[in-house]
Design a protein around this ligand. Structure first.
Ligand code: BES
Ligand code: ZN
Ligand code: ZN
Length: 494
């Protein structure tokens, strides 16, 4: 969809459908067409008196600056802040435009204070306009091909609005690309396809890249990825992507992503119900990859290394068995009591690699446990770690973009439950309680010494089973927006 900015009054750029968002505290609109102003006033009164619930819609006569106007009331979406609501309303406006074939759409954020909302409208349009229809015969390409969006902005924001527009267009494109990769079936996105996609992206946005195939993984002692992928016809890969900033950076952030392209559970086979969702078990690696793609153009002043740990977890004669023991890269022996707790095994390799890359800070992102989904549901992701400041940075960056993170404690005494008489550490905890936390404690065993680390468990928000906010059903690319923001603000105080 074509997104344009207009710095002139509404009356100068007529549209087919104009969207106005009302809020109790912030005024976002300044409209110079009396007929529209009358409708907005009528809508405001209706919302305040509660005679109107969802939205106000009216068509205008000949000669008005808008063919139709739609007015939204922000306090109606109580769970979210105004920024999120602006995105949701923008997405809703575009769906309305699609259903009624109104090609020229406008959104007003043209008071002097509403400059920062420009990016949010852009994001709402790009994420809201997304649809995964590649495999459907019935497609509606009206939004992609015929529609255009004009954002009305105050003229004082002429310079910063263009910058916001391009930043949000680019980051949102990366969120959508992550959604595509997660929504694709496991038969399409195998570890080798994941790795070659990453290599193409590295070339596109000028990142350094390196791919380790099964022989290289074996030779260098990355046994976790090899073991997890042993039962698959599509053996594992590790991909390392480096974004080197223009000026040398004292700090290096490593982002390690879980990339299980399909998780059957392996020999500890999962039940069939909803197993299809495990095509999304590479959502952490997808978030890492598209964060790196975004950073390739944004080039913040921070060295960032993305490490993708890709494997397919299949049951087979060659697959690893419950009770198998192997040596991780950092010398610790791991007993695999449950082959379905495979994410932490591939991440152990990625975390070791982070140390070898000279990371001063490490973040891992993974659809790691069903337990975090039970604890926090689909709208909130878990964060754990050894560094309160890094955890705070994650939470703050998420809050800036409508991605919610909640800290879970790494309860020291639960470490006992990972003990086994036969190896240094077991891959599942005895007792089965606090599964998200014991997974975090397992990962801590593989963090390079004294390195600030945050573990992000995104098993909850990996997929939505219904449309939500501005997202359609399916993958939402959770984590990209948080990680990009975190890198951009890495130098700012928390
Ligand atoms: N990929 C799953 C976790 C998951 C579950 C992600 C639901 C998204 C939605 C992970 O590999 C897994 O199977 N974890 C097990 C761990 C258990 C065996 C200790 C789990 O959570 O049940
Ligand atoms: Zn699993
Ligand atoms: Zn998994």
């Amino acid at each position: 969809m074509n997104v344009k900015l207009s710095f002139t009054p509404i009356s100068k750029t007529p549209v087919d459908l104009l969207a106005v968002v009302l809020d109790e505290e912030t005024t976002l609109h300044d409209i110079d067409d009396k007929r529209i102003v009358e409708h907005v006033a009528r809508a405001a009164a209706g919302f305040r008196e509660k005679t109107l619930k969802r939205e106000y819609f009216a068509t205008l006569g000949e000669g008005a600056s808008a063919g139709a106007v739609v007015v939204y009331w922000s306090p109606q979406l109580k769970s979210w802040n105004l920024w999120e609501n602006v995105k949701t309303f923008t997405a809703r406006t575009l769906r309305l435009a699609r259903d009624y074939r109104m090609a020229k759409v406008g959104v007003v954020v043209n008071t002097r204070d509403s400059g920062p909302f420009v990016g949010k409208v852009v994001e709402g349009a790009v994420l809201g306009g997304y649809t995964f229809d590649r495999y459907r015969q019935e497609k509606d390409e009206f939004l992609a091909k015929d529609a255009s969006l004009t954002i009305f902005v105050h003229k004082d924001h002429e310079t910063d609005a263009e910058a916001r527009k391009s930043r949000y267009l680019w980051v949102s494109d990366n969120v959508n690309r992550a959604r595509d990769l997660i929504n694709e079936p496991g038969a399409v996105v195998t570890p080798e396809v994941f790795a070659s996609t990453a290599t193409d992206i590295a070339r596109e946005v000028d990142l350094e890249s390196e791919t380790l195939d099964p022989a290289a993984l074996e030779a260098r002692g990355y046994h976790g990825i090899a073991r997890v992928g042993a039962g698959s016809d599509h053996p594992g890969r590790m991909v390392v992507l480096r974004m080197v900033p223009r000026k040398a950076s004292k700090e290096t952030l490593a982002i390690v992503g879980k990339g299980i392209t399909f998780d059957t559970g392996g020999i500890s086979l999962k039940p069939g119900d909803k197993m299809w969702e495990m095509k999304g078990d590479m959502a952490g690696a997808a978030a890492t990859l598209f964060t790196m793609r975004a950073l390739g153009r944004l080039r913040p002043q921070l060295k960032v290394v993305g490490i993708l740990c890709c494997a397919e977890n299949m049951p087979d004669a060659k697959a690893q068995r419950p009770g198998d023991i192997f040596l991780a890269k950092n010398g610790k022996s791991i007993q695999v009591d449950n082959t379905d707790a495979e994410g932490r095994l591939v991440l152990a390799d990625g975390l070791a690699r982070a140390g070898e890359e000279g990371a001063t800070h490490v973040i891992d992102i993974a659809t790691l446990t069903g337990a975090v989904l039970r604890a926090l549901g689909p709208s909130v992701a878990g964060v754990m770690g050894n560094d309160p400041e890094l955890i705070q940075r994650v939470i703050r960056s998420g809050a800036n973009h409508g991605e919610a993170w909640w800290e879970l404690p790494l309860v020291e005494e639960y470490k006992e439950s990972l003990k086994t008489p036969f190896a240094d550490v077991n891959n599942i905890a005895a007792g089965g309680l606090a599964g998200a936390i014991t997974a975090g404690l397992f990962l801590r065993e593989f963090i390079p010494e004294k390195t600030p680390w945050a573990h992000l468990d995104i098993a909850g928000p990996m997929f939505r089973d219904k449309d939500w906010k501005y997202y359609e059903t399916g993958a939402i690319g959770f984590g990209v927006k948080t990680l990009v923001d975190l890198c951009e603000r890495f130098r700012d105080p928390v």
